[in-house]
Design a protein around this ligand. Structure first.
Ligand code: C2E
Ligand code: CA
Ligand code: CA
Length: 692
């Protein structure tokens, strides 16, 4: 899976993060933009309407003047126009000389030719030297003259106005505007509009006013102001809330990555940052290795001291690991007694050296007595996915790699001293198999997929069938025919073996009962009982009850115990063996000679049968020395009143030798492989082996 943890945590981060802020800001900008745009369009529309009316007026007056012919008549027309209240001036188009103008002349004469806004009639707009507030460019676009507007505003709020008003003369047109300003109802903003009269070779320039109702203006200002205030408040609230969210998210992230025991980093932090490092890596001159460091004595330490002292040690270990690490390497605290590391190394030897050094440093922690550390390491080589494609660096799932390191560490026996194990792909296969076996075990038991095979035991001299060992096989619809070596160790480690042992005893008891009732010459059949099972105090009673329930004579069932069981609680073991024998079952020691201190265990165990391990007849052991040991073992067993069964016998010479030494029974391929119940039934019928 693609940088699983980076993705997961980035998702978490994003939830309340910057993305919402950016979206909000964009929305704000868009809202303000739309508002301003609407405002501009609205104001423009108003101005254009008003300006075009003013243009119309001036053009009309100019046309009246233009029509007048003869100087005296023109004079009269001008006077009439002036009397109508219009303010205008007439300039010579050539010299620029002011020909007529009985007004307070504030025209700046620097006009821009444009058009009136309706009929596209060419006009010239001139600014007012005193109160210019808009400017019209050649294309007719209206712009605001901000300097002029500032001046208007400052004069509106100035006392000069009042002073001006004191000497107000209604005929003084210069004061007209000021009066308008002071009227508090309207603002009349002047603009000069000129037109060239070609026949007369003059410019007729009239003064127009853009009249703005103060009430309307105030309404506009108030609405915009309220909107702006509201908007600012919402904006600020959002920002405050966002900052709060980001801060609490940062705190949550810190907690998310925080390890309560060591006050350092936890596994999530390790996965997240590890995957980041691995995805950025460029250089191939070094490799990364993921390490699972297991503090093997943690539980014992806590039991002997206290959990808080144990945690103190964990903190010290964490600190020590930190001191050992280099730049670009990571470490974190995983399960209580486990630490996770990501190291940069040049080759396998380098890893071993570094890890050994680390172990040494950790073993020397003050107050640590016999602390052992088990380390599992998984080197991050370019790996392939199911389709055989090389997994890209950014697709590395550190959790899987760490699990690999844990799997490797799990192969170190729990009682072993400090040691290092490397991950191998085979381990994954084994783990997968283990999971499959575990998943199907119960169903297999219920559906009787476990078959009982019988391996006969023969008397080496008389070649008579004297017994058999029941051996399990699994006929699985999913996996086919599976030998016990592939599932017994799994069942032993997960405890399922006790169920299988019960199953085997019951099925053997049933077979025996059937044969017994059928008048066969029945022989004792030994059943393997796992060492894990022997921990149960009432094991002997359980076996007795199963056999009795079926109704099989108890002497037809023998119980085999592996030698390793003899290392556990000896007293409990002796008690169980005693009880079993008391109930009438024979008890044998399986695989004698395959382990250590076998002799020692023999002296205390009240056993009936000793099964000599097949290893004595293999490889180097098959020689003179091996034979000597076997011969002595048989003698010893006889002296202790025990019968002997030699296992794994494949050759005639071996049978001869064992017979000569007084071995009681022989179980091996020489006579017979493990066979089905039906075939074993046939062997019983024959009673004697004919191979010899
Ligand atoms: P084991 O109890 O020592 O069983 C003897 C094993 O040696 C059997 O392997 C048998 O097939 C094999 N064997 C016998 N004679 C020869 C021979 O001449 N040459 C060779 N090469 N092998 C020979 P199997 O059946 O594969 O069982 C393996 C182990 O699985 C058993 O070792 C026993 O520890 C365990 N097991 C089998 N069935 C059961 C069961 O029902 N319950 C328990 N708890 N363990 C079982
Ligand atoms: Ca056995
Ligand atoms: Ca055996």
């Amino acid at each position: 899976m693609r940088g699983k943890h980076i993705k997961r945590i980035s998702k978490l981060k994003k939830k309340n993060g910057w993305l919402s802020i950016v979206l909000f800001l964009l929305t704000c900008i868009a809202a303000v933009g739309i508002l301003v745009y609407a405002l501009v369009i609205f104001v423009n529309y108003l101005l254009i309407t008003k300006l075009s009316t003013e243009c119309e007026k001036v053009l009309y007056l100019s046309s009246v003047y233009d029509e007048s012919e003869g100087e005296a008549f023109s004079e009269q027309v001008l006077k009439l126009i002036g009397d109508s209240g219009a303010e205008f001036i007439i300039r010579d188009a050539g010299t620029g000389e002011l020909l007529y103008g009985d007004v307070y002349n504030t025209c700046d004469y620097e006009g821009n030719s444009a058009s009136d806004f309706r009929g596209d009639y060419p006009v010239i707009f001139y600014n007012d030297t005193r109160y210019s507030f808009i400017s019209i460019d050649r294309t007719g676009d209206i712009g605001f003259d901000w300097a002029g507007i500032r001046k208007i505003i400052s004069e509106l709020s100035d006392d000069d106005l009042d002073e001006d008003l004191e000497g107000y003369d209604p005929s003084d047109q210069a004061m007209d505007f000021a009066f308008s300003l002071g009227s508090s109802e309207q603002v009349r903003l002047p603009i000069w509009i000129g037109t060239k009269l070609d026949d007369k070779d003059v410019f007729f320039i009239g003064k127009g006013y853009v009249t703005i109702n103060i009430g309307d203006l105030m309404f506009l200002v108030i609405v915009s102001g309220v909107f702006l205030v509201l908007f600012t408040v919402i904006f600020l609230l959002f920002i405050v809330n966002m900052v709060g969210n980001i801060r609490s998210q940062a705190r949550a992230m810190k907690l998310f990555f925080f390890d309560l025991v060591t006050k350092g980093h936890n596994r999530m932090w390790f996965y997240y940052n590890g995957e980041k490092i691995l995805s950025r890596r460029r250089n191939a001159s070094y490799q990364y290795v993921v390490v699972n460091l297991f503090f093997a004595k943690y539980n014992t330490f806590c039991l002997c001291h206290s959990v808080s002292e144990g945690e103190e040690i964990l903190r010290t270990i964490y600190k020590k690991i930190g001191e050992h690490l280099k730049k670009g390497e990571l470490y974190a605290h995983g399960n209580p007694e486990e630490f996770m590391l990501l190291l940069k190394v040049t080759n396998q030897d380098h890893i071993v050296d570094r890890l050994n050094l680390l172990i040494k440093e950790l073993e020397n922690i003050e107050g640590s007595i016999n602390f052992t550390y088990h380390i599992g390491a998984s080197v991050l080589l370019p790996s392939r996915d199911r389709d055989g494609k090389i997994v890209r660096r950014k697709d590395i799932d550190l959790e899987i790699e760490y699990n690999n390191a844990c799997t490797a560490r799990g192969t170190i026996p729990s009682n072993e001293g400090s040691s290092i194990a490397f991950f191998d792909v085979k381990l994954v296969e084994e783990k997968k198999w283990q999971d499959q076996v575990e998943a199907h075990a119960m169903e297999a038991l219920e559906n009787e997929q476990f078959l009982v095979y019988y391996q006969p035991k023969y008397d080496p001299i008389t070649q008579e069938l004297k017994g058999a060992e029941a051996l399990v096989r699994w006929q699985s619809p999913e996996f086919g025919f599976i030998p016990p070596g592939k599932f017994i160790p799994i069942f032993e480690s997960n405890g399922f073996i006790t169920k299988l042992d019960h199953y085997m005893i019951e099925h053997v008891a049933k077979d025996q009962k059937k044969w017994y009732d059928g008048g066969y010459h029945c022989v004792p059949v030994s059943v393997n009982v796992s060492r894990a099972h022997f921990i149960e105090e009432d094991l002997a009673e359980q076996i007795r009850d199963i056999v009795d329930k079926v109704g099989t004579p108890r002497q037809l069932i023998e119980i085999e115990l592996t030698e390793s069981a003899f290392f556990d609680d000896k007293n409990a073991l002796v008690k169980t063996i005693d009880k079993l024998r008391e109930y009438g079952f024979k008890v044998s020691m399986d695989d004698f000679g395959s382990g250590y201190s076998s002799l020692n265990s023999l002296k205390d165990m009240p056993l009936d049968v000793l099964k000599i391990d097949a290893e004595f007849f293999r490889g180097d052991n098959a020689g003179e020395r091996g034979r000597l040991v076997v011969a002595e073992t048989i003698k010893l067993a006889a002296a202790l009143n025990m019968k002997t069964v030699a296992e794994g016998v494949e050759q005639k010479e071996q049978v001869d030798f064992l017979a000569s030494q007084g071995c009681d029974l022989i179980q091996g391929f020489f006579f017979s492989e493990p066979i089905t119940g039906a075939s074993f039934e046939d062997s019983m019928k024959a009673r004697k082996a004919n191979k010899y």
